[in-house]
Design a protein around this ligand. Structure first.
Ligand code: PEP
Ligand code: MG
Length: 578
């Protein structure tokens, strides 16, 4: 049986199916007499502490065997478990409703899960899976069963699961596991992080997987196309073994060029940068030869510190963790882009009816100058070694940019007065992700050091499609002529002013888009580290001249599919297709 999901870790594996089932301890509501309420609260505290010990033990077991990306998930769990608001909420539940600890704790966690799921953001939804994991463990401790660690046995295992939580994977690194497939999950899911960390193929979001899977027979996981084949035929097994070998050979070839620059045939250099959402992605970005970081989304720092706001020192420490390992390469750190679908923080006004068009990103920061200035001071201090650049999101008009620059200058003056070192010429760029800014980019060019095009939002706002709504996902089209016109306008404005222009939305990782972007004048592409090698390889097969010709021709097309046909012919036949 052939199923389809989202490929998250490349490669192909053929192995023995192993279903991973979740054991749930049932939770019932019990009334607790007044005099026993404090004992119930104490029972909950003890269970939480036991879960913290479990998580710390899991981390120790995995140390040295799994990457820092993975280990940091455990740190994040400990932070969640130690968060006083979790304990206080659940304790208030016990005391006010006079209920048992299991019921109260489950309710509190479910409230947090609901908040995260409401963000419509895959990253935050994935953090909801973490909470589920912690909930299950704590409930097991409360029930007195204790959380049993999973043991794997057998050969050449391909795990099939609804979702894999970090604790279920505690013993995975010394097990003979060659692939994963899960029914739930997204690119940022733990399954994806673990699989990439162990370098084994994985597919997530496979609808219907758990209904169809059995723990017998073979399974094929194609982490390149997202295909999962349950109980494959002999022919399919033979075919996929060949494909797996071909892929490994191709990787060997590409990896041998990882360090080399991405230059077109005619010598034009394109910077290939990493989007780093978790500081732990730094290592993989460096391994694949990223020329720096093109986008660090600082809302992740705010999420880590939530419900508090990060202090200036926390900003500094966080940015140093990214900037230092990349030195002397540049690291672009984006100021807070809270609001919109990133709706997790209590400082936001939850009554907005249309938050994606509301007080988001720089709009929020200008309304809360102290939040903005604290971040600016942290950023400036991190810039002392001169490899940090500041990126301001969702700029819609010149006034917003000017006001932001005034606040930045105030922060510089404050640090100067205290003799705190920073980069006086720290580069400042803007995200071009609102169509109005793309079309008027030449007005911004003299005031900025660089542009970074956020195609995720640009396409959302330009084509009027909610980027998180599956029902309109088919309308997402980076080759839509209107998108191309915006890209060309920014490319032209940047070239005229002699300023670099990057793309840091998902489009940067789309190798079909690479020739168009280069042809439009894009000078840097920033993407998830796992796409860097492929994009570098694509750049090396192109010529700037031909890309410019292609871009010109594409700008005359009337529809996305028409552009698509032109690009595919170009990729196959080069400029003979033009
Ligand atoms: C974008 O909009 O393309 C972008 C990179 O920013 P984010 O995805 O964080 O909104
Ligand atoms: Mg954006």
């Amino acid at each position: 049986m052939r199923l389809k999901g989202i490929p998250v870790s490349p490669g192909i594996s053929v192995g023995n199916a192993q279903i991973v089932l979740v054991q749930e301890t049932p939770v019932i509501r019990l009334s607790i007499p007044e005099e026993s309420l404090e004992a119930e609260v104490a029972r909950m505290r003890a269970a939480l502490e036991a879960t913290i010990r479990d998580v710390e033990a899991l981390k120790e077991q995995a140390r040295g065997k799994l990457s820092e990306d993975f280990l940091s998930i455990f740190d994040a769990h400990v932070i969640i478990l130690k968060d006083p608001s979790l304990f206080n909420n659940a304790a208030a539940h016990i005391r006010n409703e006079r209920v048992n600890a299991e019921y109260a704790f489950q309710g509190s966690i479910q409230d947090m899960v609901k908040g995260l799921m409401a963000t419509d953001d895959a990253y935050f939804q994935e953090r909801a899976t973490d909470l589920e994991d912690l909930r299950r463990r704590t409930i097991e401790h409360l029930a007195g069963t204790g959380a049993e660690e999973r043991k794997w046995s057998g050969e050449n295992l391909v795990l099939l699961a609804d979702t894999l939580t970090p604790s279920e994977t505690g013993a995975m690194h010394h097990a003979p596991i060659v692939g994963f497939a899960t029914e739930r999950g997204a690119r940022t899911s733990h399954t994806a992080i673990i699989a990439r960390s162990l370098e084994i193929p994985a597919v997530v979001g496979v609808k219907g997987l758990m209904g169809a899977a059995t723990s017998e027979g073979s399974v094929i996981v194609d982490g390149l196309s997202g295909v999962v084949i349950l109980d494959p035929t002999e022919e399919e097994i033979a075919e996929y073994r060949l494909r797996a070998e071909a892929y490994k050979e191709q990787r060997r070839q590409i990896l041998s060029h990882a360090r080399a620059e991405a230059r077109t045939i005619d010598g034009h250099r394109i910077l290939v940068l990493a989007n780093v959402d978790l500081t732990d992605e730094v290592k993989s970005a460096i391994e694949v030869g990223a020329n720096g970081v093109g986008l660090y989304r600082s809302e992740f720092l705010f999420l880590d510190c939530s419900p508090d706001l990060p202090s200036e020192d926390q900003h500094l420490a966080y940015y140093n963790r990214i900037a230092e390992p990349f030195f002397p390469h540049r690291v672009v750190i984006r100021t807070l882009d809270l609001g919109g679908e990133k709706y997790f923080h209590s400082v936001l006004d939850k009554s907005e009816r249309n938050p994606v068009l509301g007080v988001r990103a720089v709009r929020f920061c200008l309304l809360h100058p102290e939040v903005f200035k604290t971040q600016f001071r942290g950023l400036l201090r991190a810039s002392a070694k001169k490899n940090v650049a500041i990126l301001i999101p969702l700029i819609t008009n010149l006034e917003e940019l000017k006001q932001s620059l005034v606040l930045l200058e105030e922060c510089k003056a404050e640090l100067r007065a205290k003799k705190v070192p920073f980069d006086e010429h720290v580069p400042v760029g803007i995200m071009v992700e609102v169509p109005s800014t793309a079309l008027t980019s030449e007005a911004f060019a003299p005031l900025v050091d660089f542009f970074s095009i956020g195609t995720n939002d640009l396409i959302q706002y330009l084509l009027a499609i909610d980027r998180n709504n599956d029902s309109v996902a088919h309308l997402y089209d980076p080759m839509h002529p209107a998108v191309l016109k915006c890209l060309a306008a920014v490319g032209e404005a940047a070239a005229k002013a002699g300023k670099p222009v990057a793309v840091c939305g998902e489009v940067a990782a789309d190798t079909r888009m690479t020739p168009l972007l280069i042809g439009m004048g894009v000078t840097a592409l920033s993407m998830t580290p796992s796409s860097i090698l492929d994009v570098k390889a694509r750049v090396r097969n192109l010529s700037l001249k031909a890309c410019q010709k292609l871009a010109k021709k594409a700008l005359q097309c009337h529809s996305g599919p028409e552009v698509g046909e032109l690009v595919d012919a170009f990729i196959e036949k080069g400029d003979k297709a033009l």
